[in-house]
Design a protein around this ligand. Structure first.
Ligand SMILES: Cc1cc2nc3c(=O)[nH]c(=O)nc-3n(C[C@H](O)[C@H](O)[C@H](O)COP(=O)(O)OP(=O)(O)OC[C@H]3O[C@@H](n4cnc5c(N)ncnc54)[C@H](O)[C@@H]3O)c2cc1C
Length: 379
């Protein structure tokens, strides 16, 4: 086993760290407060090649491996998880799915602008009554010969308003159950497609989460991804890879909070000495460091499985389950180590604690990850 990063991976990590410090840190508190989408940051991420990291250069991507993507996600998430969630959805849910399963025409038309960051993508599976139970899709895509007639509502869509290309999962043939589901590429501006209300959230407040409404939207047949009925499989395969991105986000949030807490503990004095020299605080930091390293091993392992062409359903579920729990535990302790200062916005850790929670919910809740893991180990 080789835990060393290549020279290129180290450079990517450093480039992401520099970008996060220079471009994401300024204004991050205000963006969170005002729920402002990080438009300028995302544009720069496109220019730096972070929006289509794993896409082949042939389609305008950076042609990097999953581990490089994870390293960049981790560094950006240390500073601003609202930036990294837009990056994660665009990279692993939209670009990856299109490159792996799309037609050549779809790649030319949709993947290229997404991979270069010129356009932003969204992945639309969840509905008001279909979250964990993604098979019970109520959005319908009626087969009308050379087009599908799309009707329904999607909920909680990341990049909901800022995106211009949407991958929408919908039921075509209810009698076939999940084998009757399709994945369609929908463009903003298509007649009958309306972006609904923006959610007012606990964390990742810079990310624009919206509901979407489709009323008799005509989606050309050539916008279907894969064979008829492939939509559910498409969503599950894509989400399996997406979980590596969210696990890396959770890891970054935890590591960001830990770095702040360690620095604070070495500076803040109480009872005549730095609080780091009080064993209760030192032990908290020791636990945080150890748990972050454990999560990091699982996240990198999942990335390597994907890069090596191995199955990554189990490793990505374990990585997300562990890293999101570590993100919650570590951020709560980081607030505690900061005392009263941890409870105010200026010191960043309260925001990281709020941001951490979503990593246990989206792209499959922790309970759903345990279902995936328990099924895999029972096989
Ligand atoms: C900020 C944000 C951004 C999001 N972005 C996107 C996006 O871009 N695209 C998208 O499609 N979706 C997105 N989602 C939706 C997200 O993936 C769902 O919220 C999530 O999958 C859970 O679904 P639900 O909210 O319907 O909860 P439910 O499925 O109703 O679950 C409620 C609770 O019951 C538990 N539960 C459900 N079933 C079981 C079971 N079988 N066994 C044990 N426990 C169970 C869950 O774990 C949870 O604790 C986003 C959500 C949020 C909050």
């Amino acid at each position: 086993m080789d835990f060393k990063l290549t020279e290129e991976q180290q450079m990517i990590k450093q480039a992401a760290r520099d970008f996060a410090q220079t471009d994401c840190l300024p204004g991050v508190i205000e963006r969170d407060d005002q729920q402002k989408f990080p438009q300028d940051q995302i544009k720069k991420m496109g220019e730096l090649g972070f929006m289509g990291m794993m896409v082949s250069p042939e389609y305008g991507g950076s042609g990097m491996d999953t581990l490089s993507y994870v390293l960049a996600m981790e560094e950006i998430s240390k500073i601003d998880a609202s930036c990294s969630v837009a990056m994660s959805v665009n990279n692993s849910l939209v670009c990856w799915g299109l490159e792996k399963f799309g037609t050549e025409e779809q790649k030319q038309k949709y993947l290229k602008p997404l991979a270069s960051g010129e356009k932003i993508g969204a992945f639309c599976l969840s509905e008001p009554e279909a979250g964990s139970d993604a098979t019970s899709q109520r959005t319908t895509a009626e087969d009308k010969g050379d087009y599908y007639l799309l009707n329904g509502t999607k909920n909680w869509i990341t990049n909901g308003n800022s995106a211009s290309i949407y991958l929408v999962i919908a039921q075509t043939d209810p009698e076939k159950g999940h084998r009757g589901i399709n994945a369609l590429i929908v463009e903003k501006g298509m007649d009958g497609f309306v972006v609904g209300k923006k959610e007012d959230k606990l964390g990742i407040r810079g990310s624009d989460t919206h509901s979407l409404m489709f009323t008799d939207v005509k989606v050309p047949k050539e916008n279907r991804i894969g064979e008829d009925g492939f939509g559910f499989k498409f969503a599950m395969k894509t989400l399996s890879g997406g979980r590596i991105g969210i696990a890396a986000q959770a890891l970054g949030i935890a590591a960001g909070a830990y770095e702040l807490a360690l620095k604070y503990a070495q500076e803040r004095k109480a009872f005549g000495k730095e609080i780091m020299r009080h064993q209760a605080i030192a032990f908290k930091l020791a636990d945080m460091h150890t748990e972050i390293e454990a999560a990091r091993m699982l996240v990198y392992r999942a990335a390597l499985d994907k890069d090596n062409g191995e199955s990554f359903d189990l490793s990505s579920a374990m990585a997300k389950l562990k890293a999101s729990q570590v993100a919650m535990d570590v951020t709560v302790e980081a607030v505690q180590i900061h005392g009263g200062y941890g409870y105010v916005k200026e010191y960043h850790v309260e925001r990281l604690m709020r941001d951490a929670k979503i990593t246990q919910i989206y792209e499959g809740t922790s309970e759903i990850q345990k279902i995936v893991i328990s099924r895999a180990i029972a096989d």
